[in-house]
Design a protein around this ligand. Structure first.
Ligand code: FE2
Ligand code: FE2
Length: 368
């Protein structure tokens, strides 16, 4: 019956009731199968999908209630209508609690039978439709989330690429800063991690490390690449670079914290640094961290007028400068792992991935 309103299984041990119900429901437009007991009904259910089941309660062998309990273990949706003898209200209540859609009393009122089956099958259809809708919705949400994540990844990688490109623009101009920005970023992240800063702070510090000297783009190449000591005017122009950097980055609202770190990376803990002469905790924490990382890379890098310091010599400078040039807490944190680590050690970076230390051959930078 291709255009049947639904497929119904009628379960009753009395042949006359089975036939009566089948006759009425077939007349109503349903396709009907018959089972004389619950066991037969369960095996038919395992072979064929039904929209509704009309079942007697008291049958030889398994009861209609037990059959319903078993059906619900594997099928939440199929509409089940229990047919009870008039006095058997307890069975009807039990059946409803187990998930029967409705119940009918014997002797059957055939109009009521039609109405009840129609309602139950319609409810089953709506529930199945709703479940299908939910499934589609979940898969749509899943798909959209994947697309958004992918767009997000693209944006993030574009952002990281832009930060690195800016740093490289400077390094193309200043031969002594090759790899300096990346190393300062890495060293700063190492310190920030050691101090258990939040991921958001670490991310800002990483970006600030890459961009801290970007203001040198505005300093003359002849000054940046001068092989000897700088004269007073040249030195003054180099000292402009933190302010220039803050100006260059100013249009990017998302970098508010980064800009503060960059502007103040040459402040000294005792207040004698530049550009604003901030002291102690007035200097943003990220800037105090950058200051140590920046100085370490500058000291251990080759300069036109001197060879790189050894790690031990640099460490002595930090010990001497703790409390004057540098925040003593940052120095303490930095020294506590600097002595022990391997030079090839990488800093794990969960948001941007690993930021590898550069090859020791590249360690020559001006570092201010
Ligand atoms: Fe620097
Ligand atoms: Fe600098």
């Amino acid at each position: 019956m291709a255009d049947a309103k639904g497929k119904i299984l009628i379960v009753d041990d009395e042949p006359s009731i089975r036939e009566l119900v089948k006759l009425k429901l077939t007349d109503d437009g349903y396709e009907c199968d018959l089972a004389q007991d619950a066991e037969t009904a369960l095996s038919m259910l395992s072979l064929c999908a039904y929209d509704g089941i009309l079942s007697d309660v008291n049958m030889p062998g398994m009861s209609g209630i037990e059959m319903l309990r078993r059906i619900r273990l594997t099928d939440e949706d199929v509409a089940v209508i229990i047919m009870t003898g008039a006095p058997d209200l307890a069975a009807a209540v039990e059946a409803m609690k187990l998930g029967a859609h409705d119940h009918l009393s014997k002797p059957l009122n055939l109009d009521m039978l039609t109405l009840t089956v129609e309602r139950a099958v319609e409810k089953k259809r709506l529930v199945a439709q709703n479940r299908e809708y939910q499934r589609n919705l979940e898969s749509m949400v899943h798909e959209r989330t994947k697309q958004l994540n992918s767009a997000n990844d693209n944006l993030r990688s574009l952002f990281i690429g832009s930060i690195k490109a800016l740093a490289q623009a400077l390094e193309a101009k200043d031969e002594y800063t090759q790899g300096h920005s990346a190393r300062v970023a890495e060293e700063s992240v190492r310190i920030a991690r050691y101090l258990s800063l939040s991921e958001a702070e670490i991310q800002s510090i990483w970006i600030a490390g890459f961009l801290h000297d970007i203001g040198k783009i505005g300093v003359k190449e002849s000054v940046l690449n001068k092989p000897g000591k700088l004269d007073a005017m040249e030195w003054e122009s180099v000292k402009e670079h933190p302010v220039l950097a803050a100006r260059i980055l100013d249009p990017i609202d998302e970098l508010r914290d980064v800009i503060k770190m960059v502007r103040h990376h040459h402040e000294r803990f005792d207040g004698s640094g530049y550009p604003d002469g901030l002291a102690g905790p007035d200097i943003p924490l990220g800037a105090r961290i950058l200051s140590v990382a920046d100085a370490y890379d500058a000291l251990t890098s080759k300069r036109p007028y001197r060879e790189p310091m050894t790690s031990e010599e640099a460490i002595q400078i930090f010990k001497d400068g703790a409390g004057t040039q540098f925040d003593p807490v940052i120095v303490e944190a930095f020294l506590s792992f600097t002595d022990k680590r391997e030079s090839s050690e990488h800093v794990p970076y969960p948001i941007f991935g690993s930021v590898p230390l550069h090859d020791a051959k590249q360690l020559h930078s001006q570092g201010e």
